[in-house]
Structure formats: structure tokens, C-alpha cells
Design a protein around this ligand. Structure first.
Ligand code: COA
Length: 162
């Protein structure tokens, strides 16, 4: 468990087929949403500290993707988190907070001041995670998720160093 690390990922469009499938499986297993390889590859996630991949370099498969936090410039001073998921085995032990804090510092350094994302209305745990980090539901999204209602959440980027 201790040896998993967040490291900077590559742009989704350049990922191998295997890596892309690992991300699709993660999304499906942990959120129930089924995405296509094309939709993942088209996510405009640049090479930056808001593109983080969780792996276990000393594990059986050092390249296996165990989590992603993918953020992308959106508009004005807003950065959008397009994907945030961690394998269930590694949830609830602070790894999400670690990635979030790294992303927030990078986004503030890059000049962003606000963060926005979409979350399923049924995903109360994730909403709490975001609320505790200063975000609030701003909009209800009908038809965004195949499996039901979604929320758009937004808030100021809050540095943990302040
Ligand atoms: C949402 C998600 C990315 C959060 O990541 P995580 O690693 O589980 O989150 P953390 O462990 O850092 O924090 C969650 C809670 O665990 C607890 N926690 C944090 N550090 C901890 C530690 N060292 N030991 C035990 N518990 C800890 C805290 O209660 C924390 O709550 P906080 O918000 O008050 O800090 C992850 O749970 C996940 O992948 N969920 C399924 C997919 C999903 O819902 N994604 C979001 C879609 S929008």
C-alpha cells in the first residue's frame, strides 16, 4: 500500500491501448459509468501537475493505473477536473487528498483561482470530499450521466498551505 505513488501522467491521446483500458475499467468499477476509448483519448488534459496517475512502481505491474486525477484549463480563471478516480483498494487512506493538494498548488501557480467538476447526484461521498474543499453545487445536470442526475460543482481553489 505504502509504495503507491502519484506521478505526472502523459496526455490521454498518447496513452497505450492497455493504459486507456485500465482507465475505462477504473471508471466503470468505481463509478458505474461506461466511457469509450475515444471519449477518454479526446479529454484535453495537458502535461502538467494537474495530470496525475497513481501507480505502484514496486508492484507486480508497475505500469498499471490505480488512479487518475485529470484536470484541464476551462475558461477564464477556472480549471476543470475531468476525471478523479482511485481503485477501491486504495480509497479512504488520504491518497485522493494528496493528489488534490498537488493539483491545487499547481493550478494556483498556473494562475487559476476556481475549480469546477461534474459529479453524480448519487455520489454523496465524493460531494462531501469536494464540499470540504470549498466547493458547492451550482447546477443540476440532466442527461450528463447515463445513470441519472448529475451536479456541476464549483468553488475557489483552496491551498492547504494558507
Ligand atoms: C473520491 C475519491 C477520488 C477520493 O479519494 P480518496 O483517496 O478516497 O480520498 P481521501 O482518502 O484522501 O479522503 C477521503 C476521506 O478519507 C479520510 N482520510 C483522509 N486521510 C486519511 C488517512 N490517512 N487515513 C484514513 N482516512 C483518511 C478522510 O475522512 C477523508 O475525508 P476529508 O475530506 O475530511 O479529508 C475516491 O474515493 C474515489 O475514487 N471514489 C470513487 C470514484 C469517485 O467517486 N470519483 C469522483 C467522481 S466526481
Amino acid at each position: 500500500m505504502k509504495s503507491v505513488i502519484w506521478q505526472q501522467g502523459i496526455e490521454p491521446k498518447n496513452m497505450t491501448y492497455a493504459a486507456c483500458n485500465q482507465v475505462l475499467t477504473l471508471f466503470f468499477d468505481e463509478t458505474g459509468e461506461r466511457y469509450t476509448e475515444t471519449s477518454v483519448r479526446h479529454l484535453p488534459i495537458p502535461n502538467w501537475s494537474g495530470n496525475l496517475i497513481l501507480t505502484n512502481p514496486s508492484g507486480d505491474d508497475p505500469t498499471k493505473i490505480l488512479g487518475v486525477l485529470w484536470a484541464t484549463p476551462f475558461k477564464d480563471d477556472i480549471v476543470r477536473v475531468a476525471a478523479f478516480v482511485i481503485h477501491s483498494e486504495f480509497q479512504g487512506v488520504g491518497l485522493g487528498s494528496l493528489a488534490w493538494n498537488r493539483f491545487v498548488e499547481a493550478a494556483l501557480d498556473a494562475g487559476y483561482r476556481r475549480v469546477q467538476l461534474e459529479v453524480m447526484a448519487s455520489n454523496i461521498d465524493a460531494q462531501r470530499f469536494y464540499q470540504r474543499r470549498g466547493m458547492a453545487v451550482e447546477k443540476h445536470l440532466e442527461g450528463y450521466y447515463k445513470s441519472g442526475l448529475g451536479y456541476m460543482m464549483r468553488g475557489p481553489l483552496q491551498s492547504v498551505n494558507e
